[in-house]
Design a protein around this ligand. Structure first.
Ligand SMILES: O=P(O)(O)O[C@@H]1C[C@H](O)[C@@H](CO)O1
Ligand SMILES: O=c1cc[nH]c(=O)[nH]1
Length: 316
């Protein structure tokens, strides 16, 4: 399903707040009814790209400057605009904001809440949020880029569950269909031929709260089942095959259900675009060389940059 662009925060208390401080971004909004500075700085943003590492987001800003704006973005894209918060890094390049989110849903949800408020204060029009990440693949060649349909949690449910006021709250976790299709379209040349030297596929994405046991790895500090017995390679492969066959999961990372759920809840169109670093049916250790990792991490950049050129900048 695709959203209509009418996004909103889901918090009536914000209407009563005359000022706001986005603590982790160190962004001050002294007058929420008339946030002129915020509008001037961020009002033109059309795409917010998110990814785990500060350095990757800095690289992405540079890549977009060079490849989307042909070196003429006119932006100080190397300046970390959130550096005073000492938590996340942010870089503006043209109408794109690139922000790091750390590892996992808890660190990403903090920056996501603050960014959703930020785009709303800035009155950005139909901003798109795209996560540009890495993941472990399931039955796909390392280096494949997966554009997610739905996020699944580690219990194989497509939902994000959070404890709020001592109660379990569960929210659906699917990504925007139109945005996914536009991203997949950007993987092909106008005549329908494959432009990429790598595969771009759609699939479901499992996002877990743990890189090791949560993803069925055998190489964590612990490797135990619910009954306290160690799990075996066969147990792991059984689970990963269930993920693949029963749920259509093609990659595993640590943010998809939360990211899908919070953006959907607030009416923000979002996508998860992750490269797979390894095939988890073949192993657990991420031991790509530095050069391979650079090549792999750049693949989602290439897709998203082409999407921005084709679907965002061409319509302005
Ligand atoms: O965006 P990144 O590459 O950081 O995303 C994945 C999922 C976790 O955050 C992390 C685990 O290594 O990488
Ligand atoms: O296997 C992997 C690789 C990257 N990120 C993950 O969360 N899992």
């Amino acid at each position: 399903m695709s959203l209509n662009g009418a996004y909103s925060t889901k918090n009536p208390n914000l209407e009563q707040m005359t000022s706001d401080f986005l603590y982790h971004l160190a962004v001050n909004i002294p007058d929420t009814k008339n946030p002129t500075d915020i509008k001037n700085q961020f009002g033109h943003i059309k795409v917010v790209c998110l990814g785990g590492k500060d350095a990757r987001m800095r690289e992405l800003a540079k890549y977009i400057h060079e490849n989307v704006y042909n070196g003429k973005s006119g932006s100080k894209y190397e300046k970390d605009i959130f550096e005073d918060g000492h938590r996340y890094a942010g870089f503006i390049v043209g109408s794109v904001l690139c922000v790091s989110h750390g590892v996992g849903s808890s660190t990403m949800s903090v920056v996501l809440h603050e960014l959703i408020k930020l785009v709303r204060y800035a009155k950005c029009v139909d901003p798109l949020f795209i996560r540009i990440g890495t993941s472990g693949g399931l039955g796909v060649k390392p280096g494949t880029v997966v554009v997610s349909r739905k996020g699944y949690n580690g219990l194989l449910c497509s939902e994000y569950e959070i404890a709020i006021l001592g109660e379990r709250v569960s929210r659906p976790a699917y990504f925007d269909e139109r945005l996914r299709k536009d991203l997949l379209d950007a993987a092909t040349s106008p005549d329908g031929g494959e432009e990429n030297a790598f595969s771009v596929i759609e699939g479901n994405t499992m996002g877990t709260d743990c890189f090791y046991e949560g993803q069925g790895r055998l190489d964590g500090a612990s490797c135990m089942k619910a009954n306290g017995e160690p799990y075996t390679k066969a147990d792991k492969l059984n689970f990963l095959k269930r993920c693949h066959d029963e749920c259509g999961i093609r990659n595993i990372e640590m943010e998809a259900p939360m990211f899908a759920a919070l953006t959907l809840h607030c009416g923000i169109r979002a996508a998860d675009v992750c490269v797979t670093l390894l095939n988890r049916l073949e192993g657990d250790q991420v031991n790509s060389t530095k050069a391979q990792l650079k090549d792999f991490e750049e693949r989602p950049f290439r897709l998203v940059a082409r999407f921005i050129k084709r679907h965002i900048l061409s319509s302005t």
